[in-house]
Ligand binder design. Structure first.
Ligand SMILES: Nc1ncnc2c1ncn2[C@@H]1O[C@H](COP(=O)(O)OP(=O)(O)OP(=O)(O)O)[C@@H](O)[C@H]1O
Ligand SMILES: [Mg+2]
Length: 333
């Protein structure tokens, strides 16, 4: 197949003056090179497209691909991850990973929690703070955990995310509102074990690739898989494959959440346990990081004996079973 790769490149944004934290969710050039090398070794032809805005221009100019590998996260707004798949749907071009609805719901963590809670999946009780004044009406039990409502890669998550009283909550929310310019998700703090569950496939074909427990060593930011702990992964974090009862429960929950949220092809669901050991849904990652060495899904695949190329192959196989909504090549405008 002729496969286009849609992505936001960190270097492009760094050159445009964005700071490190703004662009941490985007792909490094090593990631794009690794995806491309895997696709080529699987016998496909590849073309680097770039961001959703470039994709829009190219579609408008009449360019088409047999499939687009979509890794474009976008920069602004709650629809930022949905932009590339929305365009591809509109032009009838098939693509890998989830559709615009799923990517919008899962980016907005409170909405994802409403959906999974509606399906009977446990998730910590929560509130949304849009203005500093909203903090007054929060009546959740401390400690609480605060994070930007629509970020990934632990942006905005540090030791200060765990808050113990109304004063810390107020100060923390004010800080996050000012820094990240979006509402703050306030959740009940879960003190138990943490797992990330790697999933391949879509709907009835969805299956668990593996479950990895994340253990943060004692250090400057204990207990939390924070931005700094991810950055200093080798020194601060230990991971292991899990096959005990807690892992089995986390797996069951993750697979149910994956299906209810409509996630496709590959990704991860993050799970954490409460004081009684009950597993809770934290968030879904339907556009998983794919750095061949550093990202959790390729790491999980490696621990399960699946190569990076094998992982990309599974993603393309899963995506190839879908047909574009419109199969014709007419310009829709
Ligand atoms: N309610 C909570 N209680 C305890 N710890 C939490 C809670 N919510 C998040 N955390 C901690 O913060 C980490 C990051 O949170 P979350 O997964 O929501 O952020 P993210 O930036 O979307 O992550 P990713 O890198 O997977 O995209 C979790 O892995 C967990 O260690
Ligand atoms: Mg996470």
């Amino acid at each position: 197949m002729r496969i286009g790769i849609a992505f936001d490149l960190r270097d492009d944004y760094a050159n445009a003056g964005y700071d490190e934290e703004d662009i941490v969710e985007f792909d490094s050039i090593e990631t794009i090179e690794a995806i491309e090398a895997a696709l080529l070794s699987l016998g496909h032809k590849t073309e680097r497209i770039g961001s959703a805005l470039t994709l829009a221009q190219r579609l408008q100019n009449g360019d088409r691909w047999d499939l687009v590998y979509n890794s474009a996260e976008g920069m602004h707004g709650f629809g930022r991850e949905a932009l590339a798949p929305t365009l591809l749907d509109s032009y009838g071009v098939p693509y890998a990973f989830s559709d615009p609805l799923t990517l919008t719901i899962t980016l907005h963590k409170a909405t994802a929690k409403h959906v999974v809670r509606d399906c009977g999946i446990p998730t910590p009780d929560f509130a949304v703070v849009e203005t500093p004044g909203d903090v007054e009406r929060i009546a959740l039990p401390y400690p609480l955990f605060i994070k930007p409502i629509a970020e990934g890669t632990s942006k905005g998550i540090s030791a200060a995310s765990k808050v113990h009283d109304p004063e810390e909550l107020r100060k923390g929310c004010e800080r996050l509102l000012a820094r990240h310019k979006q509402p703050v998700l306030v959740e009940v703090y879960l003190p138990g074990r943490e797992f990330t569950v790697g999933i391949l496939g879509t709907g009835k074909q969805a299956r668990v690739l593996g479950i990895m427990e994340i253990m943060v060593r004692d250090g400057p930011e204990p207990e939390i898989y924070s931005y700094q702990n991810k950055k200093n992964f080798d020194d601060r974090v230990t991971v292991r494959l899990v096959d005990d009862a807690a892992g089995a429960e986390a797996t069951r929950l993750a697979l149910a959440a994956w299906k209810h949220l409509g996630c496709r092809d590959a990704g991860r669901i993050d799970i954490r346990c409460d004081h009684a050991g009950t597993a809770h849904f934290l968030e879904a990652n339907p556009l998983p990081g794919m750095h061949p060495r550093d990202s959790d899904l390729p790491l999980l695949a490696r621990m399960k004996g699946m190569s990076y190329q094998g992982l990309i192959e599974q993603i393309i196989l899963s995506a190839s079973t879908r047909h574009a909504f419109q199969s014709g090549q007419r310009n829709p405008l």
